[in-house]
Design a protein around this ligand. Structure first.
Ligand SMILES: Cc1cc2nc3c(=O)[nH]c(=O)nc-3n(C[C@H](O)[C@H](O)[C@H](O)COP(=O)(O)OP(=O)(O)OC[C@H]3O[C@@H](n4cnc5c(N)ncnc54)[C@H](O)[C@@H]3O)c2cc1C
Length: 327
């Protein structure tokens, strides 16, 4: 049966985040020939509506309101609830990002519907949609089926392939008015912490450093390798606790959960709490001078050696091969 599925277009620095396009691809599968409706919220966001259409949305609702200029769960929930009320979709898909994690349980509770959070894949078997999601910090996976009610899910960034951008696609863009009642939160300032310009949770390559990097200065060689690979720099909590890196870049159980194509762990021992945040990376490379470091047990490739020798060598080789600026 074809369905109508809503997708939240998440915006950061005036651009749609990649996970929004991945959500459209997931929604397309669920819609099964039905309609995928994008929603963008904010102020001066109308120009992003067509990008959602180029990635597969059929129609996009643009909600512009000065109270939505900065994200607040209160404002977003009020606006999205009104859209869900008027559109009555069969499904709603959004990224498992800070915003997705914040608003989805509250919307589910409001609508008295179930929610599959942090899905990494979905497949159609018969007429049932099966979502797969990691549990126990990525040590096992469970499959979930939504039997009735809205198909409501958040998807983990970097796991579901987006559709190819097709700038010739056209669709309807509709401005929608919503009423935002007094917000209980006022955002005074937004300070963005980024991993060298690349969003850590969406990075395809992450070069991550641990206590073995020894200083803030030591992270510079990691940044150079990340730059050559167009990746982001991450860190273990050990490195953050030691003051070598900002906590915004911490990966793990109490940090960010990432699934890049390539994760290069430098001077990280592989504590269970760190592994919880990166074990689902597609390829893991570990550089550690201790051959018995537990990170090697989950690594696809291990380099036993001093990171201060190995990392610059890798940077140089990648530079030659990828950028061609070597000899
Ligand atoms: C409740 C709780 C939550 C936690 N959450 C997180 C979390 O989200 N993320 C996280 O990362 N941790 C977390 N931790 C901390 C975790 O248990 C570890 O303490 C931490 O991950 C260790 O960081 P590390 O591997 O950088 O440091 P260490 O364990 O000190 O390892 C440093 C490694 O560097 C290697 N090394 C040293 N010098 C070099 C060199 N020159 N070249 C190559 N290798 C070298 C050493 O051999 C060693 O293996 C949490 C802990 C608790 C209790």
């Amino acid at each position: 049966m074809s369905k109508k599925v809503l997708v939240l277009g998440e915006i950061r620095k005036n651009e749609l985040r990649q996970v929004s396009f991945e959500a459209i691809a997931a929604a397309k599968k669920i819609a099964d020939g039905g309609e995928v409706v994008g929603v963008v919220l904010g102020s001066e966001v109308a120009s992003l509506a067509n990008t959602m259409i180029h990635y597969g949305a059929d129609r996009v609702l643009v909600i512009e309101h000065r109270e939505l200029q900065n994200y607040t769960s209160d404002g977003y929930i009020q606006a999205i609830s009104q859209v869900l009320e008027s559109e009555k979709p069969h499904g709603f898909i959004l990224g498992h990002t800070s915003i997705g994690k914040d608003i989805s349980p509250r919307i589910a509770a409001k609508l008295k519907t179930g929610l599959v959070s942090d899905a990494v894949s979905l497949e159609l078997i018969g007429d049932e949609f099966i979502f797969t999601r990691p549990i126990y910090s990525g040590k096992a996976f469970e499959k979930k089926v939504i039997k009735d009610g809205m198909i409501f899910a958040t998807i983990r960034p970097n796991n579901i392939d987006s559709l190819k951008q097709d700038c010739s696609r056209t669709g309807e863009v509709i401005e929608v008015q919503v009423e935002i009642k007094t917000l209980r939160t006022i955002v005074k300032e937004v300070v963005l912490k980024s991993a060298g310009g690349v969003d850590l949770s969406e990075a395809k390559v992450i070069v991550s450093g641990g206590r073995g990097v020894k200083s803030e200065e030591g992270f510079k060689i990691l940044q150079e390798l990340a730059n050559v690979l167009s990746g982001a720099v991450g860190a273990s909590r050990g490195a953050c606790d030691a003051g070598y890196s900002d906590y915004a870049l911490q990966i793990g159980q109490t940090g960010k959960v990432v699934t890049p194509d390539l994760y290069i762990a430098c001077g990280i021992s592989g504590a269970i709490q760190h592994v919880a945040g990166m074990s689902n990376s597609k390829i893991i490379v570990a550089i550690n001078k201790d051959p018995d470091a537990s990170i090697f047990s989950i690594a696809d490739y291990g380099i036993v050696g001093d990171l201060f020798e190995v990392v610059p060598m890798l940077t140089e080789e990648f530079r030659k091969n990828l950028i061609g600026t070597g000899d």
